[in-house]
Write a protein that binds this ligand. Structure first.
Ligand code: ADP
Ligand code: ZN
Length: 723
């Protein structure tokens, strides 16, 4: 039965969605939903949450209701479903009355598999009455963090969903979100009254994103250089303020780029238009403040540039997460400077609330740790979310691709720098020190008469960016400390003095490694020329049908076509992202393009190799689920201690967590650990009955110390096990 259902799910994945394999966890989640077990799903943006309810919706007899907070998201998803040939529609306040009525009729006549509703629409009596008259099998709560006041997009209407659910006892509930701290998770479970439920947490590692940080010294030029290397790619550039968005937008426009701005200072209409042009690939680049992005489902964003430093890792992760939703390699570039750090710190200091201020400081310092890191960027990024990350070389960040050399002797440069700091009375920041070393003619230098110092101009052979890089290394190596309380002035440490007196040498990187230029476009080779032809065709089709191009085919699909040159329906259906509906709709058009191209160039079709299981880039199943699974497969608790090299306490607490999440465990694997004394066991069981199983202490006290905590823990599990 279980296998039948999962087979059916795989067939749907292939035939309708055109995908060969489920991503990790998707299958488990789908199985849980189909078994009517509630689930909480935490997956990063682009992780593939939607499939988790879309596939079941096609297996359930009745309706799947998707609650979604944003009209733009709903519309996007309904379009996607329609293009896959799935009967989906939406109900919200944006619809004209007759469309609304028509949609209601379609639901009433059971013509619909997936219904997307806004929460406030769901709460309406006429909708509730309608839904009660048909069979609802599943509620999918998208962006479930909106239910929590602790989350960042609290929506009071979300709180009412639990009431609605009560009216549909036969429907399973799946809640999905990309952002959730433990507190928010707990809030979601409680507020939705998720019954025996499992929490599925995917890894937050986005394997297809290339992370790069460069020292910001001439940001406009650096951006232009980057764009020059990423011609024809679609991307977002985030800047700090409206003002800098406008300036950057104008500069890029002047340089001939296809670009639009987006910020809260524009009219609603302008914002909508610019966003729409971007989604439809009619504009290549959007320069935006952080106001842009919520609800952007465009899958072919190939790069995200941070022109200014973001305030926190969370913000950075979320903003960069908009790149590469389609799984194609994409680049995240951060332009990093200390003056940005100061700018943010300045705003933090304005905060009057001490707790808030400290939180903001901690967030900023995590962000600078990321930017300053000399090792894999994924470590500070991913461990920030409480996940372990220990891959030796990710191959997809600047530091892993070209690790900074650490063996140059930079003692002389350190001495120059330090003595300049000393001679200016330890009252200046790195920027000014570098200006002196490089013999700048700035007004500030003249005002302070720093052009008369013996260190003036002694470092002019080293570029400004190399000096900035050196300065950071000196701080990192503890030769200098920066006074963060005021203007970032540098003070020399004891270690710094020892280096100045040549008592200690210091090694590091003299020349900054050149920014990595590895193509971040596609994972595999594909024919760029054909890709462009296909893209053009897609653009025309999308314009005719007035939908974003990625709804018709993702970039990944076009790349796959441009590497296999399929020229028949049989070959085309093998391609990633092509299901039966798209084959029928566009098969001939695509084949015509490919044929024409291949005939011209005398190229033959490449047989598509059978799918290989992709390496698991997702987190292993959570530990307690692993342990619970092993235990239930017949490995006893004591054997787990042996095999896994962990303590009994760990085994027991993981099993308890497993049970708390609604899993059942067998009793057998615990028997050997139970107290030999039957009377004692009976007394313990009675005590659990009396005090419930949440806490051990009352049970311990009741027994007057007759059993220790470990025994109680074993007995509690036994009590909670199937018997
Ligand atoms: P999320 O809602 O988690 O941000 P989506 O559900 O929009 O992510 O999925 C992101 C992209 O990945 C979509 O284009 C989706 O079709 C694709 N996708 C999802 N699951 C798979 C899979 N098993 N194989 C290939 N692509 C997938
Ligand atoms: Zn790395």
């Amino acid at each position: 039965m279980q296998n039948d259902i999962l087979n059916q799910a795989s067939v749907i994945l292939k035939n309708i969605f055109g995908y060969d394999t489920f991503r990790p966890l998707q299958e488990d989640i789908i199985a849980s939903v189909l078994n009517k077990k509630d689930a909480l799903v935490i997956m990063p943006t682009g992780g593939g949450k939607s499939i988790c309810y879309q596939v079941p919706s096609l297996i359930f007899e009745g309706l799947t209701v998707v609650v979604s907070p944003l009209i733009s998201l709903m519309k996007d998803q309904v379009d996607q479903m329609k293009y896959l040939g799935i009967e989906a529609l939406l109900l919200n306040s944006s619809l004209a009355r007759d469309e609304y009525t028509e949609n209601m009729n379609l639901i009433r006549n059971r013509k619909v598999k997936l219904l997307y509703v806004a929460p406030e629409t769901l709460l309406k009596n006429e909708i509730l009455a309608l839904l009660t008259s048909v069979q609802v099998d599943c509620f999918a709560i998208d962006e479930a963090h909106c239910i929590s006041e602790w989350g960042h997009d609290f929506r009071p209407e979300y709180r009412m969903i639990a009431q609605v659910r009560k009216r549909f006892p036969g429907a399973v509930c799946i809640a999905l979100t990309a952002t959730a701290t433990e507190r928010v998770r707990e809030d979601i479970r409680k507020s939705l009254e998720l019954k025996v439920s499992s929490t599925f947490i995917a890894s937050f590692n986005r394997g297809n994103l290339l992370y790069r940080v460069i020292q910001k010294n001439n940001p406009l030029q650096q951006t232009l250089d980057f764009l020059d290397e990423h011609k024809n790619e679609s991307g977002i550039i985030y800047a700090f303020s409206r003002d800098s968005v406008d300036r950057l937008y104008l500069s890029l426009k002047k340089h001939g780029y296809s670009v639009k701005p987006y910020h809260a200072g524009l009219s609603d209409q302008e914002r909508r238009e610019n966003q729409d042009l971007f989604l439809k690939d009619k504009v290549q680049i959007i320069v935006a403040t952080i106001a842009f992005g919520m609800g952007i489902h465009k899958t072919n964003v190939r790069f995200v540039i941070h022109f200014d430093l973001p305030k926190s890792i969370e913000a950075y992760y979320q903003e960069t997460g908009r790149a590469g939703r389609d799984g194609v390699n994409s680049t995240c570039l951060l332009l990093y400077s200390y003056s940005d750090v100061h700018k943010i710190r300045f705003f933090i200091k304005e905060k009057t609330d001490g707790t808030e201020r400290r939180a903001a400081e901690a967030q900023l310092s995590a962000m600078t740790d990321y930017a300053d890191s000399a090792s894999c960027r994924r470590i500070p990024l991913i461990t920030y979310f409480g996940e372990e990350y220990s891959t030796a070389n990710c191959g997809m960040c600047d530091n892993c691709i070209s690790p900074p050399a650490v063996n140059d002797d930079i003692t002389i440069q350190a001495q120059m720098f330090l003595s300049c700091v000393k001679r200016t009375g330890e009252r200046f920041g790195a920027g000014h020190i570098i200006d002196i070393l490089r013999g700048s003619k700035s007004k500030k230098i003249e005002d302070f008469q720093h052009n008369t110092l013996s260190t003036y101009g002694i470092g002019k052979d080293i570029s400004k960016s190399s000096w900035q890089n050196l300065g950071r290394q000196f701080i990192r190596n503890g030769l200098l400390v920066q006074d963060m309380e005021s203007f970032g002035e540098l003070k020399i440490t004891d270690k710094g003095y020892r280096v100045m007196k040549s008592e200690e040498i210091i090694t590091g990187t003299l020349i900054e490694s050149k920014p990595e230029r590895k193509s971040a476009a596609a994972g595999d080779d594909y024919d760029m020329e054909l890709f462009e032809l296909l893209r053009e065709k897609r653009r025309v089709l999308a314009a005719e049908e007035n939908v974003p191009p990625y709804i018709i085919f993702s970039d990944k699909t076009l790349m796959a076509i441009a590497s296999a040159y399929p020229q028949s329906h049989e070959s085309l259906i093998q391609v990633h992202g092509i299901g039966s509906n798209k084959l029928q709709k566009y098969g001939d058009v695509i084949i015509a393009v490919v044929r024409g191209y291949c005939t011209d160039k005398d190229i033959t079709e490449v047989k598509i190799a059978p799918v290989e299981q992709k390496p698991r880039e997702y987190l292993k199943t959570p530990r307690h689920i692993q342990i619970g699974g092993m235990y239930n497969s017949g490995i006893s608790a004591s054997e787990l201690v042996e095999n896994e090299g962990i303590t009994l306490k760990t085994v027991l607490s993981n099993l308890f967590k497993y049970v708390q999440e609604g899993y059942t465990i067998k009793a057998d694997g615990l028997r050997s650990l139970l107290p030999a004394d039957d009377d004692l066991l009976r007394a313990i069981t009675a005590a659990f009955e009396k005090h419930s199983t949440e806490y051990l202490k009352p049970v311990f006290l009741e027994l007057g110390g007759a059993a220790d905590y470990e025994t109680l823990e074993v007995c509690r599990l036994f009590y909670l096990s199937k018997e």
